[in-house]
Design a protein around this ligand. Structure first.
Ligand SMILES: C[S@@+](CC[C@H](N)C(=O)[O-])C[C@H]1O[C@@H](n2cnc3c(N)ncnc32)[C@H](O)[C@@H]1O
Length: 478
């Protein structure tokens, strides 16, 4: 099928360079404190996106992708009463008798069961904090559907497949994938969908958007009326049953996994930690002695090139991402199939990328935790090495830019086909959505208000595949 869909690819372009470190002159007494304001991002603006439904009308969504955002306004230090999450974090630091790692802070802020950022609400779109590719255009999920059907064919068209999505957000990608592949009956009939989602609020939204009817009394298993497919929910990948050929999709999931941050100092590498200062505000400090995560730092540095190692002053590592990749590789290695990872990141070691976003703007990472999204660039070489280390039965492909990936899968044909049958408003929405998915920088054709110019995500986002060796090279990485 891919042969029919192959089309011109955009030429590879350079990724955004990693942001400059946001602290520079640490004092090094035990747990010495560090300034915490992020450097301004290099470019960006807010954008209006029209999201076209294939059979419906166009809706308007004010949205900003997370890699091109405003310079943050100065952080205000006006005292506000502590939220439940702030009280919790302060008590952890107090009873631990010292600061916590940035990774522990990030994990609590995002996924604390009671007050974590993702746990109780819909955070996407105009009224949320950021927008993701599936929300930008239906074409994104449709193209992932093309990739999935191609892989299923390479797998020998098995009669039963576990299609796992990690962190499905609103479930939009899966809705568009199922709708787009519904003509391939043998494929959709083979599917058992498993959604790995920690947020009860988002699980509910996924259930609703996938038009699910519960099976029996269990809310954790349902049938989606989009393609008559069984859908199951789990909190972790380990909970998904194995032993069945598997396809895994992780779109903007890795960037939400906790990162540890390290900084080179005259004492060697120190881990950056989060503490509470005398003014009762959170602040960054440096660890006085090696921390357990230093083992992962050593491992990551062995995968860096000598040129990379020479320049390093700051390093960000994600042991959770390494462990998750190992779990994925082992599963794919023994059960067959493959995984697709798409995220914003680098094809190299990451120095200092953690960012907080609230209402489409960068804010201070330590400001009102739980009210802003935290995310970090994905370290693609670390995923590649972790997968190869975990299983001899897998091969790793990419990363390639999102622009190359979607272009090779036929997004140009798809946008042309949709443009044949739409009104002016939908056409504008399709063109700006297309640009946001595959473009680089500001859309040259834009005639609307400057502040709504679509900004392309095509080179900032990268795609990587991990597949069972028996499957050969997956589309479109040949
Ligand atoms: C940035 S959103 C991406 C959503 C979706 N993939 C998209 O592209 O629109 C991250 C998603 O991962 C989920 N998530 C974050 N951390 C998680 C964890 N540790 N375990 C399970 N789900 C998690 C969030 O609740 C959310 O659904």
């Amino acid at each position: 099928m891919l042969r029919r869909l192959l089309t011109q690819t955009s030429s590879p372009r350079r990724l955004l360079s990693s942001k400059a470190p946001f602290f520079s002159k640490p004092s090094l007494s035990p747990f010495s404190s560090l300034p915490s304001s992020p450097d301004p991002p290099s470019s960006g603006s807010s954008t209006t996106v029209k999201h076209v439904e294939e059979s419906g009308t166009a809706g308007t969504t004010i949205s900003v992708d997370r890699s091109a955002l405003f310079i943050p306004p100065d952080h205000s230090h006006e005292p506000t009463p502590d939220s439940e999450l702030v009280k919790h974090l302060k008590s952890v630091i107090k009873f631990r008798g010292g600061p916590i790692s940035v990774a522990e802070y990030m994990e609590e802020v995002l996924t604390n069961p009671r007050a974590g950022y993702y746990m109780n609400r819909d955070v996407f779109g105009a009224h949320g904090d950021f927008i993701t590719s599936p929300e930008v255009s239906q074409m994104f999920g449709e193209m992932i559907g093309v990739w999935t059907v191609c892989l299923w064919e390479q797998m020998g068209k098995p009669e039963r497949v576990n299609l796992i999505e990690l962190g499905p957000g609103r479930g939009t990608l899966m809705v568009d994938l199922l709708r787009g592949t519904s003509k391939f009956r043998n494929f959709t009939e083979s599917l058992h969908i498993h959604l790995v989602e920690c947020s009860p609020a988002l699980q509910k939204l996924q259930h609703q958007n996938l038009r699910c009817a519960d099976e029996g009394s269990s809310e954790k298993k349902a049938i989606s009326s989009i393609a008559g497919t069984p859908v199951h929910w789990h909190a972790t990948l380990e909970d998904v049953p194995s032993g069945v050929p598997t396809i895994i999709i992780a779109h903007e999931f890795y960037d939400a996994l906790p990162v540890h941050q390290f900084q080179k100092s005259p004492r060697g590498w120190c881990e950056k930690m989060v503490d509470v200062g005398e003014d009762s505000q959170f602040r960054f400090v440096l660890s006085p002695q090696p921390t357990p995560a230093a083992l992962y730092l050593v491992k990551r540095c062995t995968w860096a090139t000598p040129e990379e190692r020479e320049k390093l002053e700051h390093v960000e590592i994600s042991p959770k991402s390494m462990d998750l990749t190992q779990e994925i590789a082992k599963r794919i290695g023994s059960d067959g199939g493959g995984a697709l990872i798409i995220d914003y990141g680098m094809d190299g070691i990451i120095s200092d990328s953690l960012q907080a976003i609230r209402e489409h703007k960068f804010v201070n990472i330590l400001d009102d935790p739980g009210s802003a999204d935290l995310s970090a660039y994905v370290d693609f070489p670390s995923i590649k090495h972790s997968a190869e280390e975990a299983s001899e039965n897998v091969t790793v492909h990419g990363p390639m830019t999102q622009s190359q990936f979607l272009g090779s899968l036929g997004i140009n044909f798809r946008v042309d086909a949709l443009l044949q049958n739409c009104d002016d408003e939908q056409a504008e929405s399709l063109r700006s959505g297309y640009w946001r998915l595959v473009g680089d920088g500001e859309a040259p054709f834009w005639e609307g208000p400057d502040e709504q110019t679509p900004i392309g995500m095509g080179t900032r986002y990268l795609a990587m595949a991990i597949v069972n060796r028996n499957q050969g090279t997956p589309a479109p990485f040949q």
